[in-house]
Design a protein around this ligand. Sequence first.
Ligand code: AMP
Length: 398
Amino acid sequence: MASFNTYRFKGRKVIIRVDFNVPLDKETFEIIDDKRMQAALPTINKILSDGGSVIIISHLGRPKNGPEKSFSLSHLTNHLEQITSRKVLFAQDCIGEEAQTLSQKLNPGEILLLENVRFYKEETLGDANFAKQLADLGDCYVNDAFGTAHRAHSSTTHIATYFTRENKMSGLLMKSEIESAKKVMEVTQRPFTAIVGGAKVSDKVLIVENLMKTADHIIIGGGMAYTFKKALGGQIGASLCENDRIETCKEILSKAGDLGVEIHLPVDSIVADKFSADAQIDTSKSDEISENWMGLDIGPIAADQFSAIIEGSKTILWNGPMGVFELKPFEEGTKSVASAVAKATEKGAYSLIGGGDSAAAAKKFNVVEKISHVSTGGGALLEYFEGKELPGVAAIHK
Ligand code: AMP
């Protein structure tokens, strides 16, 4: 793999796979949040200022069957011109004659944005011929799309086989994402606390099992905590529960004992008589929840206990909210965890927050600036911490 910082981009046509999967207004197609575009800017700007030209490949949304106006990357052209202060050309098809002609004529300092790569089903199928047609548009390949690094798609993985090792590399965003994930995975400072939340045990089993090998503490909150409580014999009322995962929870709890990792579950919960912001609300022990009531957030005692563990930690990974933080009555648990992670970081801990919902929570509770790294990758980060190889990262190393 080449090094992005030392590569000579001057006069080269550089293909960059970015993650410009930004939310768009359904009617006006205006960009609602350009965070993902901003995140790729350092990579794009470095290549342009070194005298290279840039050919941008991205996906947008989940088009089902060919081109769809609502998923066209043409909606991003004007904004890309504004934030780069460069002329942006647009190819209405990511492969074929127009893309070839525009890329051939591209001058140093110019940007060519290609239409949504997922308008071709070949992209997600990892079709080799499609990957080759994309590769033929440029001289070298930069992967800066950490958010899709866990996908073995044509433009994230197979394309790399058409470039020599000297001509493929990670971009700056990809590099910083991998470095921060590695820093947590290698745990240079202890105690290491992993906070895992969100709705389902089934989505998080692998990450919990893998983190048990390295973490000192694993804090489990959110809907997934109630299957654990039930596994311990608790009464959880109408809280989220995956009955087919009860055995898995028992195994995790018993393995944790063997490995010497402490698993912390919420002792109390904010319970509600329905899943709604105007529900009746009460506080209950998490294993004595009345019939028909459901736990929708960790309670105040759990929030204090979790915060104390987090504030005493030196390495922190957080994936998944502690409750239904989107609704005001159930936001307090996630808010207090966010604030504890920020406080620990101020005291010198290294903190990584990842996964769409936890990143959204960090933003909602104004702690983003106080966290060591807020990842742009949801699924990719999760798979990294599950111990899996990311195909998009592996491909540029081959
Ligand atoms: P995930 O995508 O698995 O990280 O789950 C995030 C979602 O889990 C958020 O939309 C939360 O509202 C939801 N969630 C968190 N805690 C609970 C809970 N106790 N009951 C139901 N849903 C929850």
